[in-house]
Design a protein around this ligand. Structure first.
Ligand SMILES: Cc1ncc(COP(=O)(O)O)c(C=O)c1O
Length: 416
């Protein structure tokens, strides 16, 4: 066997065991989460607004999250998808409206728009994998009411330029920060630039309660609408105005339980530790791999504000990207492509324009037909197909980092 023979060709893999460490928040679960959940159970008060020995765990999470993000209001909800729906509804978005969505994101961002009764239109991205602010002009029209930005896989997006465009066109901005809690641009937290921001606490996210989410906003009127929409139109913190006929409307139930809130408190305490661990790992990897042949790093607009949840590089083409991933996997390192290497609108839920009602709604609310084509966002198609990604985690050891560096060097010198 030749020294440095790729494992995929029968050589010895760089590692004997599989290295894939997603789920940063879940990796750190221990007695801290268990104790909080236990306390919530022992209080006999699993409901967020009252109980037998009520502790107010959800309320504390909201206060602490708002303080951590330097934002006025935070509202805990049941998921990141619920958070986007609540934010859209708080912003008054619904039937007859279009919402600009990035062409690379998880299907939930676009799905939430449709579930809110509006239609997503897709903006192409640039080499940051975020909306290219220059492309917004191509997709805005008289029906457009909002832009949703998505800081992808831990990195901040060009929110200042998006805000300027939105202001010029009188659009609301909702930041879907599901994947990037704690990320920042110019020192200001992602989620706090727009009219509303949302986070997810699902298993794959930076912090997790299994399921959960939050909406944040500096705007008190939007906050009140969000609270009402998530709780059947009620405003329990101000009973005198709760049923005010001028302010109330029917809502959903997206309330977080106290058990979830308890674990959310334990996890929020870990946010800075998680971010500093991931950032340290990413810094070493980028430094050691900066001259690597055949791969270029995804552009990050503010390295300081990147939480370091992922290392994303671009291969010269799709075939080489898949070849690299296969060879890295054989070396026991879990590189992969986000979303099957495709833009979000290629998900059949979106591309077919099927909806649960099956009656053409909400796509039939406009003068012209809504048309989605495979190549409508060419840069997204290109980058999604060429990307290779490794999820980073606060529990990477020095040996893990060394193995990644060695394997990337070994594989890239053989295949590029
Ligand atoms: C960008 C984005 N938005 C929304 C969501 C939905 O979050 P949840 O799974 O908590 O509903 C996700 C989750 O993967 C996401 O990545």
């Amino acid at each position: 066997m030749k020294k440095n023979e790729l494992a995929i060709n029968g050589g010895k893999p760089v590692r004997d065991s599989w290295l894939s460490l997603p789920y940063p928040g879940a990796q750190l679960y221990d007695e801290q989460e268990a104790r909080k959940a236990f306390e919530a159970c022992m209080s006999k008060s699993p409901f967020r607004y009252y109980g037998i020995h009520y502790l107010g765990m959800v309320e504390k999470f909201e206060k602490d999250l708002a303080a951590r993000m330097h934002v006025k209001n935070a509202l805990a909800v049941t998921s990141g998808t619920a958070a986007v729906v609540v934010a859209l509804k708080a912003a008054g978005i619904g039937p007859g409206d279009k919402v600009i969505v990035p062409s690379i994101t998880f299907v939930a961002t676009a799905g939430a728009v449709i579930c809110a009764g509006a239609v997503p239109v897709f903006a192409d991205v640039d080499d940051t994998m975020h909306i290219d602010p220059k492309k917004l002009e191509h997709v805005v029209d008289k029906y457009t009411k909002a832009i949703i930005t998505v800081p992808l896989a831990g990195a901040p997006c060009q929110i200042d330029e998006i805000m300027a465009f939105a202001k010029a066109h009188n659009l609301m901005v909702i930041e879907d920060v599901a994947q990037s809690m704690g990320s920042a641009y110019q020192g200001r937290a992602m989620g706090t630039w727009g009219d509303l921001g949302t986070y997810s606490l699902q298993m794959n996210k930076i912090l997790t309660t299994g399921e959960g989410g939050a909406v944040v906003t500096n705007n008190d009127a939007l906050y009140e609408r969000a609270v009402r929409y998530h709780d059947q139109g009620q405003l329990r913190m101000d009973p005198s105005r709760s049923a005010d006929p001028a302010l109330t409307f029917p809502g959903q139930n997206y309330r977080m339980s106290e058990i979830t809130g308890a674990v959310a408190n334990a996890q929020l305490d870990r946010l800075d530790f998680i971010i500093s661990g991931m950032k340290k790992t990413k810094k070493i990897l980028k430094e050691e791999l900066k001259d690597i042949q055949g791969l270029t790093f995804r552009r990050i607009i503010d390295e300081e504000g990147d939480v370091g949840a992922s290392l994303i590089m671009y291969a010269p083409d799709n075939q080489k990207a898949l070849e690299f991933i296969k060879a890295m996997n054989a070396e026991n390192i879990g590189f992969y492509q986000l979303y099957g290497g495709k833009p979000v609108y290629m998900n059949p839920q979106i591309f077919t324009k099927n909806t649960v009602e099956g009656k053409g709604f909400p796509y039939n609310q406009f003068d012209e037909e809504i048309v989605y084509t495979e190549d409508m966002c060419p840069t997204a198609c290109d980058l999604a197909a060429r990307m290779v990604m490794l999820s980073l985690s606060p529990v990477f050891t020095e040996q893990d980092i060394e193995d990644v560096i060695q394997a990337v060097k070994k594989v890239s010198s053989a295949i590029f």
